[in-house]
Design a protein around this ligand. Structure first.
Ligand SMILES: Nc1ncnc2c1ncn2[C@@H]1O[C@H](COP(=O)(O)OP(=O)(O)OP(=O)(O)O)[C@@H](O)[C@H]1O
Ligand SMILES: [Mg+2]
Length: 452
């Protein structure tokens, strides 16, 4: 194979640590580095066995398989599509593999490899990676390695960062127990082939969102780590509690099961901005006892504390009838004095709508704001919003595990799906500081003063 390599690619090929990560900017030459290194190893060590993973089969076919077919000389290499295996004239082989689900790693239960490679390591879970480490073995005396390449970001960002970036000085072999690790940072400017053939590439990376620019252009690992609500920023979305004006429209939105009740009181002002003002978060997932419907209804009434509530939004599964009683949970809530409003919320569309409400914009005072904000007393919601992860297969959906983190964001999603309406516009006098008015809300016939 007649190919020139970059300095960084050479470092990756020469790296002698047991675990190596070549990670950073997009286009740094990482995947090419893997393919070149795999070739050199295969040729140097006859009958050696390597495996190279991408998370999904289409990604594998479009990237690594395609590049290896383009680069490896046909005189020494042939590829069998049926089992995704490439073989060399000296008996070496490379298995091209993917790992859609956690269970997929068990396909390799009795396999042995001299080198195991992961491209886009942050697309994998830590357990997949750790399981495959045990497959790196053999009696042929060849050096054994697990060599990975990746961009920052993705569901595995956090564990990859902890394993390689937080504890290894760049370009240095570091001891990790009995074994060794090495992190080789990738920069886009390392790749002079790309710089020369596509000088606009860096400009395009510069125009990305702040987070993507930092990850893909700078190769920065100090970005969020697969969080589902990337836009969620405590300094914008969380605020100290204040007295909510009486005329603002109040809603409750809840997620309920025998394991957990997550219910939120949410006030909407006349500009359509929403404030999550109070929460009930109680059940087994929170270390307590599950609440039966009558108990849950009591908690919701306490949450409302005499406020007029426009609607109590709840997911449609509460309307399915129980086999034994023939009654639905929503029916039981009604018997206990809480009338629920059913909302339909397709998950991905629901999340997209919620993300619109969380979208950060500049405010008139030169700061930042969002349409939906949360009082700092709603600790469980705030925690879940900052910790909930993306689903490993569908980044547009949230992860179902840990299950405990799903209840509070789900309740918020039902609130948006319920299409809450703004409070009635205050009369003109309101603009000037205060007004004395009757019936600002349909529920409120008392005279009141509004201070703005
Ligand atoms: N040694 C090389 N010789 C010639 N071209 C190269 C070489 N290394 C990389 N390139 C070119 O640079 C492009 C980007 O390289 P590569 O796909 O390896 O980057 P990457 O770091 O894996 O990018 P991404 O982060 O997007 O996965 C390749 O498509 C190829 O055209
Ligand atoms: Mg790549």
């Amino acid at each position: 194979m007649d190919i020139t390599v970059t300095q960084r690619q050479k470092k990756f090929c020469d790296a002698q640590a047991f675990e190596v990560l070549y990670g950073g900017a997009a286009g740094g030459g990482k995947s090419y580095g893997q393919i070149i290194d795999a070739f050199l190893y295969a040729m140097k060590y006859p009958r050696s066995k390597q495996i190279i993973f991408r998370r999904t089969l289409p990604e594998l076919e479009k990237s690594l398989i395609r590049v290896s077919l383009a680069l490896y000389p046909q005189s020494v290499y042939s590829y069998r599509k049926a089992d995704h295996t490439g073989t060399f004239v000296n008996g070496s082989l490379i298995d091209f593999a993917y790992c859609d689900s956690e269970e997929d790693v068990y396909r390799y239960q009795s396999a042995e490899y001299d080198v195991i490679r992961f491209d886009e390591l942050t697309h994998f879970t830590e357990s997949m990676y750790l399981y495959m480490l045990s497959r790196c073995r053999g009696v042929n005396g060849y050096p054994k390695h697990v060599k990975s390449s990746t961009n920052p970001g993705g569901i595995g960002h956090s564990w990859v960062k902890k394993r390689f970036i937080d504890c290894c000085a760049p370009d240095t072999v570091t001891k990790a127990g009995e074994l060794t690790r090495m992190f080789i940072p990738a920069r886009v400017t390392d790749n002079r082939f790309l710089m020369k053939s596509d000088p606009q590439y860096v400009k395009r990376l510069r125009s990305l969102s702040d987070r993507d620019r930092r990850a893909l252009l700078n190769g920065s690992w100090d970005i969020t780590d697969g969080r589902f609500f990337e836009e969620f920023d405590r300094s914008v979305h969380v605020l100290c509690a204040f007295e909510v004006p009486r005329e603002w429209r109040r809603y409750v939105s809840l997620d309920y099961g025998l394991d957990m009740l997550a219910a939120y009181k949410i006030a909407v002002d006349d500009g359509g901005r929403a404030y999550v003002t109070a929460e009930v978060y109680e059940g087994k997932d929170n270390g307590g006892d599950g609440l039966i419907v009558s108990q849950a209804a009591e908690r919701i009434k306490e949450l409302c504390k005499g406020d007029e509530i426009y609607a109590v939004f709840a997911p449609p599964d509460l309307w399915s009838r129980q086999k034994d009683s023939g009654k639905s949970i929503a029916g039981l809530f009604l018997e206990n004095g809480v009338s629920l409003t059913r909302v339909m919320s397709a998950r991905v569309a629901g999340w997209m709508a919620l993300k619109e409400w969380l979208h950060v914009t500049d405010d008139e005072a030169g700061g930042q704001t969002a349409r939906l904000r949360i009082f700092d007393s709603c600790q469980n919601l705030i925690r879940a919003m900052s910790l909930l992860q993306c689903d490993s297969h569908n980044p547009a959906d949230s992860a179902g595990v840990p299950h405990e983190l799903t209840h509070a964001p789900d309740a918020l999603r039902y609130f948006i799906a319920g299409q809450p309406r703004p409070a009635e516009k205050a009369p003109a006098a309101y603009k000037y500081g205060f007004s004395f008015e009757k019936q600002l809300s349909p529920f409120d016939s008392e005279k009141q003063m509004i201070i703005i």
